[in-house]
Design a binder for this molecule. Structure first.
Ligand code: SF4
Length: 511
């Protein structure tokens, strides 16, 4: 591909090329095919590296005869959207497949379509416009806000349905089918919805065993979640049922990769890395709760004997063991990420988090004994049952942890966002005013004791609306208004809802 002459395009091209040049690639695009698929992660590059669903889709598409799939990502400054693989612009691709894992990324998809002159409503697209295919985490619990902008929505696990869908698309295109003909050609598949035909899905795809379809990195980059480590999915779904989290309720049953298959995946990635760089990679093991992996002790022994460095995505506090901590320390992991969510046992019971005060204290003591001095802690606030005492307890916990020797404590607070298909469905996000007061209260209580991060309240409100959105919301999103105007409208809707709820509820101490 010739380098762009225009300076803005050249800057965009250079950004994409810089990421691409620093990657170690275990899988390649084909570079030829009857159907070109642009696989888009509608968020920043860093997120593409850590999302194994995206990597899996890349592998699946390229395994289908006749398909050439290339990777794209979103950046607010982009206008051309160059491929990370061939640097061709996205306009040259017939299928735009979006891997959507976070509600606010829907705005990025809309922005990309708008910038590329593609009609936002699928019903208004003509021959020559790309097909917009949607898959990813949102399809497990609520893809309705994406209804009007999608040509095809693929629900749930893609491992079995995506190859079939891609094959049918190749065949339909080879036969010269028009837009409608192509949609009709895939319309017998159960886990897909076809909004232009008003056809809804019949099932959310789920396969029984991870060993048929292990997920692992297709490429790695220093900006990955664990730096330059290769990722392997060891479990999908979650054995737990925290009331605020969709994973435990929508990706069941939880499935784990058998140990022999995991060893084979590790061996395969070592071979690939050595063939490219001559080095042995480190590993990041991905699962909602890696410490629930049933073969954890075997895995730790194997990693120790093989002198492989590793990281885990996060650890459940009650399943922490000294062997795990010592292995993580040897792998040069500096900090531990934990998610007690609430500071008091009473609030953890409200959230069904299932961690006692004793387990929390014991885990932090073990972590400190293992030599860790940094801890990242995920917490929720904005739960109607919480009191000032529950929030103030965060400060007491941080004080305790400082006494244990932690000098870098990072507390990350997210407002509770009630989601569909969970026991908190039907609740509303707390009033903006209340959330702001609680945030202020926490800031005052924790000032100078730790690093603090709060998710934006505005973004949380938008996320709440999108997570619980319906087809009416979908119609609003493609109404043609600018992204800012739509977001303002949505926030106004949250305020109206707040007023209605507030009139009928009791007033908390924070009001
Ligand atoms: S918050 Fe974590 S432990 Fe709880 S259900 Fe979700 S993934 Fe599982």
């Amino acid at each position: 591909m010739r380098k762009p002459r225009n300076s803005a395009d050249f800057a965009e091209f250079s950004t994409v090329k810089a990421f691409s040049d620093e990657e170690t690639r275990y899988d390649r695009h084909k570079g030829y095919g009857d159907v070109d698929v642009a696989l888009v992660f509608p968020s920043g590059y860093d997120h593409t590296v850590g999302n194994l669903g995206y990597h899996k889709a890349f592998q699946i598409f390229n395994s289908v005869e006749g398909v050439n799939c290339e990777r794209f990502f979103y950046d607010p400054s982009f206008t051309k959207y160059y491929s990370l693989d061939s640097f061709r612009p996205i306009d040259e691709f017939k299928i735009w497949a979006f891997s959507v894992h976070f509600e606010l990324d829907i705005f990025h998809i809309l922005e990309m379509l708008r910038k590329k002159g593609v009609p936002l409503k699928s019903a208004e697209r003509k021959e020559g416009h790309p097909f917009i295919l949607i898959g990813g985490s949102l399809t497990y619990f609520n893809a309705l806000p994406l209804w009007d902008l999608s040509d095809i929505i693929l629900y749930g696990d893609a491992e079995e349905s995506l190859p079939e869908l891609a094959q049918k698309i190749v065949t339909a295109m080879a036969k010269g089918k028009n837009r409608r003909g192509l949609l009709e050609a895939v319309s017998d598949m159960a886990p897909i919805a076809l909004p232009p035909l008003e056809k809804s899905h019949r099932v959310i795809a789920s396969f029984s065993s991870l060993n048929h379809y292990p997920s692992r990195s297709s490429f790695i980059h220093p900006r990955g979640p664990f730096g330059h480590k290769a990722l392997i999915e060891i479990g999908r779904g979650c054995l737990r049922r925290c009331f605020f989290c969709v994973t435990g309720f929508t990706r069941s049953p939880a499935r784990f990769l058998p140990f022999e298959d995991l060893k084979r995946e590790i061996g395969g990635l070592i071979e690939r890395e050595q063939a490219i760089t001559g080095k042995t990679p480190g590993f990041g093991f991905i699962s909602a709760t890696p410490t629930d992996y049933p073969h954890l002790s075997q895995l730790l022994e194997f990693l120790d004997q093989s002198s492989l460095s590793f990281s885990f995505s996060s650890i459940r506090l009650e399943s922490i063991s000294d062997a795990l901590l010592s292995g993580l320390r040897q792998g040069e992991q500096q900090s531990i990420t934990i998610a007690p969510e609430a500071a008091t046992e009473r609030m953890r019971r409200v959230l069904n988090k299932g961690i006692t005060d004793t387990q929390l204290a014991d885990a932090l003591e073990r972590i400190a004994r293992a030599g860790f001095r940094e801890v990242k802690c995920y917490c929720l606030f904005g739960v109607e049952e919480e009191t000032e005492t529950d929030l103030f307890e965060f400060a007491r916990l941080v004080e305790e942890w400082r006494k244990l020797g932690f000098y870098k404590i990072h507390m990350s607070f997210n407002p509770l966002i009630p989601k569909p298909n969970t026991p908190f469905a039907g609740r509303t996000i707390e009033r903006e005013e209340t959330l702001r007061r609680k945030k202020k209260f926490l800031e005052n209580a924790l000032r100078g004791m730790c690093q603090l991060h709060f998710e934006s309240i505005r973004n949380s409100q938008l996320q709440y609306l999108l997570a619980n959105g319906d087809r009416a919301l979908s119609a609003d999103l493609v109404s043609g208004e600018s992204g800012d105007a739509i977001q303002k409208q949505l926030l106004q809707r949250v305020r109206l809802q707040e007023r209605a709820v507030h009139k009928s509820s009791s007033i908390s101490i924070f009001d």
